[in-house]
Design a protein around this ligand. Structure first.
Ligand code: 5AD
Ligand code: FES
Length: 351
């Protein structure tokens, strides 16, 4: 009954309806998460992605510059209470070296990502932003450093930051509570995202797929929240347990579910920048390719120095911790070419 129904004298599938209305019902989501019409869903998502971005895949160079974090999220390997995390900070010089190497390799977007590390005052961050934008004015600079005051976000923007990634993690209050300690709130998270958009950043939200306590209803809330926020980027990847966290023994998210959600998000927000994440590549050796073939159009290889790669362990068995940036980009070029796409070396702005 749900699969097809009569309209305009022809059969219209649920997927066509989602694409046309850019909306989804809880029942339709349930139906797709059960794996129904999986091939057609991917086909439509791929067609929509191709219509807007062609076969171009954008790259973002990720610089994981600190794994100190004042937060204690139950899922995350760099949470404050993880005594086994080997903490590090990159110096400004090391960060600039990452950018220089990244630029040489063709990167025109740098993502400064880190835990919520009190060592970095707003002044330090602004100094870093100015240094990077001064040396690489043709590059976009993205920050991913967590929840800050509106004033801080404004200062970073004025200093030259262009984009900000802050996953909302889950748009369901009860679920949010079960993933985070009391001092973090969904309300503040949403407030941060609204501030960022308001200030003028290109904003990325997102969530983990298969996180403990996630249900079809919480995913439905995520999708409706994304429709409302209308971010420029949506980062989703499977939850993967990290052995030194309270969620060490929880089940990981699956490739199929992640790929299904990537496709749905592509249909709901046709122009959105959608990364095939490292976490997706971690649970399946072909995960990133599967993501790209289901509507994703961005990859975010690691530019961090090799000596710290393993230390930024948000989850277990992360890929590419033994490879140099140059090796990863070479590897990714081949992988992306094999599926009929090509990596482009520009800022890869939202279209
Ligand atoms: N598995 C998968 N993704 C994780 N993240 C944090 N911990 C994990 C984990 N165990 C994601 C969060 C965060 C992003 C930087 O990494 O969604 O926002
Ligand atoms: Fe890092 Fe393939 S992308 S080795």
């Amino acid at each position: 009954m749900l699969a097809v129904y009569f309209l305009w004298g022809g059969f219209i599938s649920v997927i066509d309806e989602i694409e046309a209305k850019k909306n989804i019902t809880l029942e339709q989501l349930q139906y797709l998460l059960e794996g129904n019409e999986a091939d057609y869903l991917k086909e439509r998502a791929l067609a929509v992605r191709r219509g807007i971005y062609g076969n171009e895949v954008f790259i973002r160079g990720l610089i994981e510059f600190t794994n100190y974090c004042r937060n204690n999220c139950y899922y995350c390997g760099i949470r404050r209470d993880n005594q086994n995390a080997d903490r590090y900070r990159l110096s400004d010089e090391e960060i600039m070296d990452c950018c220089t190497e990244g630029y040489r390799l063709g990167f025109r977007t740098f993502v400064l990502q880190g835990g919520e590390d009190g060592f970095y005052s707003d002044e330090k961050i602004c100094h870093l932003i100015k240094a990077i934008k001064g040396q690489f004015p043709d590059c976009a600079l993205t920050l991913s450093i967590g929840e800050k005051s509106r004033e801080s976000y404004e200062a970073f923007y004025k200093a030259g930051a262009d984009r900000y990634l802050l996953r909302h993690e889950t748009a369901n209050e009860v679920h949010y509570r079960s993933l985070h300690p009391k001092n973090l709130s969904l309300r503040n998270r949403k407030e941060c995202l609204r501030n960022l958009k308001d200030i003028g950043y290109q904003v990325g939200a997102g969530f983990m797929v298969g996180s403990p306590g996630q249900t079809t209803k919480t995913l439905y809330d995520d999708l409706q929240f994304l429709r409302e926020l209308n971010p420029h980027m949506v980062g989703i990847g499977p939850f993967i347990p990290q052995h030194d966290t309270p969620f060490a023994n929880k089940k990981a998210g699956t490739v199929d579910m992640t790929v299904t959600l990537l496709s749905i998000i592509r249909l709901l927000l046709p122009r959105v920048l959608l990364p095939a994440t490292t976490a997706l590549g971690t649970i399946d050796p072909m995960g990133r390719e599967k993501g790209l073939m289901a509507g994703a159009n961005v990859v975010m290889p690691n530019l961090s120095p090799k000596r710290v790669r393993e230390k930024y362990a948000l989850y277990d068995k992360k890929i590419c911790t033994g490879e140099e940036a140059a090796e990863c980009i070479e590897c990714l070029k081949n992988r992306v070419n094999k599926i009929g796409c090509s990596i482009v070396c520009d800022r890869g702005d939202y279209r």
